[in-house]
Write a protein that binds this ligand. Sequence first.
Ligand code: C5P
Length: 314
Amino acid sequence: MKSPPVFGRMSRQMVQSGTAITVEARAKVNLTLEILGKRPDGYHELRSVVVPVSLSDSLSLACTYAQTVITVTSEAGLDITRLCPADKNLAFRAARLMQARYRLKSGARIHIHKRIPIGGGLGGGSADAAGVIRGLDRLFGLNAPLAELMELGAEVGCDVPALVHGGAVLMEGRGERISGLFGDGARAGCEGFWLVLANPGVMCSTPEIFRKWRAGLTAGRTISHNMISSIRASDVSAAAKALHNGLQTAVYESIPVISETARLLEKAGCLGVLLSGSGASVFGLVRDELHGQEVSRKLEAGLWHVLVRTCPVV
Ligand code: C5P
């Protein structure tokens, strides 16, 4: 069997035990998600405009001479480490991969404070993994090329490379081909959009949702083109018209409470409403912060919702 490549130089990792850094791991929304077909490897070919938002998990990463350990708390002050066992935790897997690839002699003590709903289609687990990859690169002074870190992220999960890259991106392939939308310096005046995220308190299993997907009509490249130009122009009305999620019908049909939540956002006055990723969260684009506050006030107090802003520029 071919052994995995080892990157980086050993001399860069002279880090004292106890040295710590913090990282904000941002959630994402897919403003478009086209499922182009099933691939021979069992995954699906995607084309998706992915944008981080201002809702984040807080990570603290410390160097330790002991083994890598991970603890997780939630916003309610609960220790939920046992709900996120290490073998299923993408952040833990990312840490172990970084250690192996860069021959790190020390372990990492990782604490994740979660605000992003779990199983919510907001890329929480992937954001934490991406945060660990970027964070350990910084903590150990590896200065690895971004492309190398994204490649490593792809081994952890399909959403991870986009979040390692950061900012608004076009994601293609099974998630490993990433193009930043602002690589050409066209960032001036890009303010991002305000949106209300809502989650009805259920979790979606991504593999199950993909299994339920049935091919529908695709509109070629116009969907992503329209979305990309509306992001570059900060034109929220155009973005609302360009919203698209190829998994939405399958999710709304199988879990009615999610489509009911989407209807609540529409009724509250959002410009456009969409399922985020494979669900269970939905989001509604709003004109500005004030409009977002107005929409939020109309939603039931019992429904988890939060007003956020997209962060298109890294
Ligand atoms: O890579 P990740 O673990 O996030 O993917 C979760 C599941 O979503 C995969 O096991 C697969 O069932 C489905 N998926 C897919 N095609 C993709 C991405 C994810 O079928 N491009």
